[in-house]
Design a protein around this ligand. Structure first.
Ligand code: URP
Ligand code: ZN
Ligand code: ZN
Length: 461
């Protein structure tokens, strides 16, 4: 069989196995694994390299409306370029319905931003903030039927939060039409109460973001989200879990037989609440929700990654520039932590951090890395087996990793449009050298080598 591309001599890993084999690619798909491969248009020698499924980052925020005067740093071009350099071939951003607006119109406008601009494939999640009869009765079912089968709801953020009744109604529509619901679990009333108290005490620096969003607020909301899902009988995803108490809630719900997917992120492994205390308002660089915790909670998250409690490891990339009046140092944000936009960049560093801290340090093995960063995302969000694995017939989405590369993470070397990385100065071992999207190399020799050819992946069933 003539191949367009052969990746030769590498060590291949899937979520189940690690083995030596050549991979033959034809028509953008994996056509052969192992055996003799003659007649390739091109051969890449992967000696001494790991050949892994391209990463799927199923939790990223790109060009999302973020409140008056605040602008997210990345559009689709810069975010997906950075994603590709970090070993990803598919990302899943969120289309936000702002209150008082139509979800259908928001989706049409949001998808247009990605047209011709994406360097990775895309799957769109929907964020519902205003579940009107029009949205729940018509717009959401129509979008789900089109193949956008995941909906995020928020229990926090004044402009986005929904009460339990609204969440139940949204979950019910998702269940009837075959979508998953992703839940941001933090108790907004607790946070508002503590924030008010902090403001009265003059405690307005970035560190107060962490103290006003305690573990208890996340634990309670996690329990409540699980309860609502149990009542509706709906599989849900608990996103960006930061601590052991929330993990225990998930384990208890699973023991009751609930179908729960759990996600954590790099910030809960390698950042801490103390980072928010950095001088000169630099703590603002670490403001995200839930906030990073402490060493004990980091260890709880590592245990969850090792044990299989966590299914997904995502970036929650949510980039705001630091030194910018439309970003972290906006005028109101300089007066109080309550106005510092929530979120940190991390789309390019997600995989190298887990590879280095997890695989290279022996905390997780390579199949678990693949499961946490690609295969389980495809399974959870209806892209498997087309995406997220190395198998005959799958899209040839591949990242070739060199475990010998040692790098110090510097924002100057990254490709997003923020002006900092919260991981500045961190040493990592291993980096993806070559990234192939549907059979076409996208990143090679430290350069972007293809046009923006990302496509939308619709999800049916
Ligand atoms: O602080 C964060 N995580 N911002 C992104 C929005 C969200 O809640 O996922
Ligand atoms: Zn969230
Ligand atoms: Zn998020």
């Amino acid at each position: 069989m003539p191949f367009d591309l052969v990746i030769a001599n590498g060590t291949v890993a899937t979520a189940a196995d690690v083995f030596k084999a050549d991979i033959g690619i034809a028509g953008g798909r994996i056509a052969q694994i192992g055996g003799t491969m003659e007649g390739a248009g091109r051969r890449i020698d992967a000696s001494g390299r790991y050949v892994l499924p391209g990463g799927i980052d199923s939790h990223v925020h790109i060009a999302q409306a973020s409140g008056p005067g605040i602008v997210m740093a990345d559009g689709f071009d810069s975010a997906t370029r950075a994603a590709a350099f970090g070993g990803n071939t598919t990302v899943m951003p969120f289309c936000l319905q702002e209150r008082g607006t139509s979800l259908a119109a928001a989706f049409r406008d949001y998808r247009a931003l990605a047209d011709g601009a994406s360097h990775t494939d895309l799957g769109f999640h929907l964020i519902v903030t205003d579940p009107t009869p029009q949205v729940l009765g018509q717009e959401l079912p129509a979008l789900i039927a089109e193949g956008h089968r995941s909906v995020k709801v928020f229990m926090t953020y004044e402009a986005m939060r929904m009460d339990d009744a609204a969440i139940l109604a949204t979950m019910d529509v998702a269940r009837r039409h075959g979508a998953k619901v992703m839940v941001h679990c933090e108790n907004e009333d607790v946070i508002a109460f503590l924030s008010e108290r902090a403001a009265e005490a003059g405690d307005v620096a970035p560190r107060a973001h962490a103290t006003t969003r305690p573990v208890a607020a996340e634990r309670e909301a996690t329990h409540r989200a699980l309860t609502l899902a149990e009542v509706v009988d709906l599989p849900i995803v608990i996103v960006h879990v930061s601590n052991g108490a929330a993990i225990d809630e998930i384990a208890r719900a699973r023991a009751r037989g609930l179908d729960i997917t759990a996600e954590t992120c790099p910030q809960y492994l390698v950042l801490q609440a103390d980072d928010l205390s950095r001088d000169n308002w630099e703590g603002a660089k670490y403001v995200c929700s839930p906030p990073p915790r402490d060493a004990a909670e980091q260890e709880a998250c590592w245990r969850g990654l090792r044990s299989g409690l966590f299914d997904l490891f995502s970036s929650d990339h949510c980039p705001f520039r630091y030194d910018d009046v439309q970003g972290k140092r906006n005028p109101a944000g300089l007066r109080s932590f309550r106005h510092i936009p929530n979120g940190i960049p991390g789309i390019e560093t997600r995989l190298p951090i887990l590879f280095s801290e997890g695989v290279m340090k022996g905390r997780i093995d390579l199949p678990r890395f693949v499961a946490l960063t690609a295969t389980n995302h495809a399974r959870t969000y209806g892209m498997y087996p087309r995406k997220g694995t190395i198998a005959i017939g799958a899209d040839a989405d591949i990242a070739i990793w060199n475990p010998e590369i040692r790098k110090t993470i510097r924002h100057a070397d990254l490709h997003d449009a923020a002006d900092y990385t919260p991981y500045e100065g961190m040493e990592v071992n291993g980096w993806p050298e070559t990234v192939v999207l549907r059979g076409t190399p996208v990143v090679e020799d430290g350069r972007l080598v293809a046009d923006a050819a990302g496509r939308e992946v619709l999800r049916h069933g």
